[in-house]
Each structure stands twice: as structure tokens, then as C-alpha cells.
Design a protein around this ligand. Structure first.
Ligand code: CP
Length: 308
């Protein structure tokens, strides 16, 4: 399968066969991610982390993935300390960093910025989240988590929270459609899944249901994928205040759940999962954050052509 020098911009660029190949590669690398085995796959390689938006998991798990594979990291650091503050545009920044590093991981607030960066880069670009549309490496790790903790084929999944602005759910529902998932979207009316995504899924004969009640669906799903309400993407702060606490997973809610239910969350969480859920067998979100390491190792190694 040809991955060398390939950009990772959107899940729509990957077939099911290619996604399975990335997940299989991640599984092989999991002992290295856990520090149980050593690897020098990225010996001599430099991965640049260009983050124009805050991040904990994506940035640090890419850094850990690179280091565990024997590579080195070139970090832009705070945007305020870079020449972006002098007015340098993204295209020039990408052209220059392409001369310093073997691969660039980019996070940027503007929709489409990763695709644009790929046009100016002479090394692979991995999209670490751009605007409210794409976050493909999160989707790869979500799929990996679901495969490890439950199953992908024909999964019954509910995605809940901010389905309007949450880029992780936009990428995830496209990818899960390749596996014939049944999807329920749970949100306040103001934060519904964009209807063009719902229509796309229906065209693919995916069963889609929409509701505003977690109580209504909690007994019927195998995976509940919670998301935070994305305060930073609301044009009007008052609108955020109105919806921020509408959906919450609590120990009480879970009394109605299947014992095998797995709860995932891309994190960070705010109030949408109460701390008493963390100690239950349903909570898999911290393990999910770990799975970002083997998954990103696989993407780095494949894109740089050091593994086939
Ligand atoms: N899930 C995720 O993208 O987290 P960060 O914003 O901390 O990278």
C-alpha cells in the first residue's frame, strides 16, 4: 500500500482498506508506544510541530510518538514568539519549515488551512485539526479505540454534545459510514449535526437518528462518543451560556446503560462527563488518549516511508 510522502488532511482521502492498514500498523507499534519495546524507525528524522491553536493531546502524543520511534521534534512553540507576529503568512512558514523537517504536523484555526499548506509543502503535512471541519488523526485514534474496546463493523454509536462545531465528530461519522455503523446524534437543537453531513450519510444508506435526550438512547448503544461544547467557536458568548450544560453523562444516567457500553471523549472535557463516571468500566477516554500514540506513530512512519 502506497503511503510514502502522502499528506493526511481529511478522512475522505482514505478508503476503508487504507484505514484498516493504518490501524493494523498501529497495533504492531503498540508495544513501542507503551515503552515495552524499542524502535529506531525514525532515526535521523525530524518532525515539526506547528500549532497555531492550543493543544495538549495532539501535540504531546505526536511528540511522544516521534521520540519513541527514535526521531526528533522541531517545535514552533508559542505563536507569539514566532515570525507569524511580524506578519509572515502560512504559505511562507510552511515553505521554510519544509526545508528544516521531514514532516510537518499542523494545527490551525482556519478551515482548509491544512489542504492549503500541503500545496506549499515539500514534505508530508499531517493535519492536527483545522477549523471546525477536519481532525483526521483524532479519527484514526478513535477508530483504533473502538476496534480495541468494542468492534467497528455495524457499530451502534451515539455522538453527543456539540455536533455543530465539533470537528472530531464530523470526521468520525464519515469514517464509520465505511463500516456500516448505525448512528444517533444527540444534541440541543442549536448544536445539531450539519444537515449536509446527515444527508450524505443517508445517501450511503446509513441509519441516522437525531434526538436531544441522552436518557432516550443510553440503553440502545454500544459506544457513546461525548464531546465538549466548543466555546471558542461561538460567535455570541450568550449563545454558549445557554447550551453549555444541556447534556451531561452521570453515574445515574448510566444505570440505564448496557453493561458493555464504552464511553469515549476526544478530551478535553469541561462538564459533560461527571467525575463519578471515571471509575466505571464504561469510561475509556483516558485509554483513548493513550491510543493516540501508536496511531500517530503509524501515520508518521507510513508518511515518511520508513515502514510499509
Ligand atoms: N483531542 C484533542 O485534539 O485534544 P487537544 O486539543 O488537547 O490536542
Amino acid at each position: 500500500m502506497l503511503f510514502k510522502n502522502r499528506h493526511v488532511i481529511s478522512m475522505k482521502d482514505f478508503s476503508r482498506e487504507e484505514i484498516d492498514y493504518v490501524l493494523d500498523t498501529a497495533e504492531k507499534l503498540e508495544p513501542v508506544a507503551r515503552g515495552e519495546e524499542k524502535s529506531r524507525l525514525l532515526d535521523g528524522k525530524i518532525v515539526s510541530l506547528l500549532f497555531f491553536e492550543p493543544s495538549t493531546r495532539t501535540r504531546l502524543s505526536f511528540e511522544v510518538a516521534t521520540r519513541r520511534l527514535g526521531g526528533q521534534v522541531l517545535n514552533l512553540g508559542a505563536v507569539e514568539a514566532s515570525s507569524v507576529m511580524k506578519g509572515e503568512n502560512l504559505a511562507d512558514t510552511i515553505r521554510v519549515i519544509s526545508k528544516y523537517a521531514d514532516l510537518i504536523v499542523l494545527r490551525h484555526p482556519l478551515d482548509g488551512s491544512a489542504r492549503m499548506a500541503a500545496e506549499f509543502a515539500s514534505v508530508p503535512i499531517i493535519n492536527g485539526g483545522d477549523g471546525s471541519v477536519h481532525h483526521p488523526t483524532q479519527t484514526f485514534l478513535d477508530l483504533y479505540t473502538i476496534r480495541r474496546e468494542s468492534h467497528l463493523e455495524g457499530l451502534k454509536i451515539a455522538m453527543a454534545g456539540d455536533l455543530k462545531y465539533g470537528r472530531t465528530v464530523h470526521s468520525l461519522c464519515h469514517a464509520l459510514s465505511l463500516y456500516g455503523a448505525e448512528m444517533t446524534f444527540v444534541s440541543p437543537p442549536e448544536l445539531r449535526m450539519p444537515q449536509e453531513i446527515v444527508r450524505d450519510l443517508q445517501k450511503q444508506k446509513i441509519r441516522v437518528k437525531e434526538t436531544d435526550s441522552l436518557e432516550e438512547i443510553i440503553g440502545d448503544v454500544e459506544v457513546l462518543y461525548m464531546t465538549r461544547v466548543q466555546r471558542e467557536r461561538f460567535p455570541d458568548p450568550e449563545e454558549y451560556e445557554k447550551v453549555k450544560n444541556k447534556l451531561r453523562v452521570t453515574g445515574d444516567l448510566l444505570k440505564g446503560a448496557d453493561p458493555g457500553l464504552k464511553i469515549l471523549h476526544p478530551l478535553p472535557r469541561v462538564n459533560e462527563i461527571s467525575p463519578d463516571v471515571d471509575a466505571t468500566s464504561h469510561a475509556r477516554y483516558f485509554e483513548q488518549a493513550f491510543y493516540g500514540v501508536p496511531t500517530r506513530m503509524a501515520l508518521l512512519a507510513l508518511a515518511m516511508g520508513v515502514i510499509e
